[in-house]
Design a protein around this ligand. Structure first.
Ligand SMILES: NC(=O)c1ccc[n+]([C@@H]2O[C@H](COP(=O)([O-])OP(=O)(O)OC[C@H]3O[C@@H](n4cnc5c(N)ncnc54)[C@H](OP(=O)(O)O)[C@@H]3O)[C@@H](O)[C@H]2O)c1
Length: 327
């Protein structure tokens, strides 16, 4: 094949070469994929970065030994990165009726979105609102659907006083906005650098750390009726248990064994947790239609080749808003 042909048939993807830190990420070429029946191929314009992306290759979820390596020495179960993106449909498989080549779409859920092109089932596509930016469209869904799930699990509505742990993060900032829009009073924790942002989103900001319980009590206009934990750790759990009378109105998206034992709503993919798959998938269309009125906070947009830099920023843990990759 000539180099000119290679340019038109090759694309790039980011992959981990081993389990470990972001140092293991490399950019490699791949063929532009072909869609099978029921699938589409999307040229990626923006891919959202989420904490699960670096957790997947951190080794935290896998024990890898030498026998699980392929001929190139790579562990055979290394994950494909990128669980959401937005882009333009470039090819459709048989039986796909709802989308056409050229459509601008949000793609979620998907795997392998850290790439120039990604293949997805047509059922993962949502039309992109024309006035929604690419970075926002590419990073809205994973955090947004998680926020909807958490609010549903905790039963948040008009008249509630909701405590949100980690209110300035990707998920927390959507929880705050949807809860205030639903008529709840929201108290949200963040570092001092994010307090003005939380006020702009409609929340009463409180600094996390030692003494949190007293600060929330002092800030709250009345009893705290529900809590959503987007931060994790004992401090957030203990504070929620102390303040919220009904444990079924405490939800955590960063739950461990202690959360399950405590009888709160543990949301996610671990043992005893609720993944909420149907609820999250059915929330996508409504989120897309409300996306322009929501503030989808974008912290930094990185070129695809700088995925490792984006992951180091994410691991540092205090980015106000989403990290995004653009091919
Ligand atoms: N279960 C699920 O389905 C699910 C889905 C999505 C995400 N998650 C998990 O949920 C967590 C949050 O995800 P994300 O995308 O929102 O992350 P993110 O955008 O990186 O936000 C993390 C936020 O946590 C805040 N924070 C750090 N330490 C804190 C503490 N001790 N107390 C309170 N807040 C603290 C930071 O705010 P400051 O800058 O103000 O410190 C930051 O804004 C991650 O662990 C992720 O893996 C789970």
């Amino acid at each position: 094949m000539s180099s000119a042909q290679e340019l038109t048939t090759k694309a790039r993807t980011v992959r981990p070469t081993a389990y470990g830190s972001p140092d293991v990420l490399e950019i490699v070429s791949m063929p532009i994929p072909e869609p099978a029946a029921g699938q589409v191929v999307v040229q990626v314009r923006a891919a959202g970065v989420n904490p699960i992306d670096w957790k997947l290759y951190s080794g935290a979820f896998h024990e890898v030994d030498d026998e699980h390596q392929d001929s190139a020495g790579l562990a055979d179960d290394l994950p494909r990165l990128g669980l959401e993106c937005a882009g333009v449909v470039t090819a459709i498989g048989d039986d796909v009726r709802a989308f056409e080549v050229g459509d601008e779409v949000i793609v979620y859920p998907v795997t392998g979105a850290y790439a120039d092109y990604v293949t997805a089932p047509a059922t993962s596509l949502i039309p992109k609102p024309a006035d929604l930016g690419w970075p926002e469209a590419g990073s809205l869904m994973l955090a947004g659907t998680t926020a909807v799930h958490a609010l549903h699990a905790a039963g948040v509505g008009e008249g509630d006083t909701l405590l949100v742990h980690g209110g300035a993060g990707g998920v927390g900032s959507v929880v705050v906005q949807l809860a205030t829009a639903a008529g709840a009073t929201v108290i949200a924790t963040a570092g001092a650098h994010n307090h003005e942002l939380l006020r702009e989103l409609g929340a009463i900001p409180v600094t996390y750390g030692a003494g949190l319980l007293d600060r929330v009590r002092a800030a709250s206009p009345g009893p705290v009726t529900a809590a959503i934990d987007c931060a994790g750790g004992d401090e957030a759990l203990d504070t929620s248990l102390e303040l919220v009378a009904d444990r079924q109105r405490i939800a955590s998206i960063v739950a461990g064994d202690r959360h399950v034992v405590a009888g709160i709503k543990a949301l996610g993919y671990g043992p005893g947790q609720d993944a909420g798959t149907e609820l999250r998938e059915s929330a996508r269309a409504d989120l897309a239609s409300r996306a322009v009125e929501l503030r989808i906070l974008i912290d930094t947009v990185y070129p695809l080749a700088e995925a490792a830099r984006a992951h180091r920023a994410g691991i540092a843990g205090h980015a106000p808003g989403k990290l995004v990759l653009v091919p």
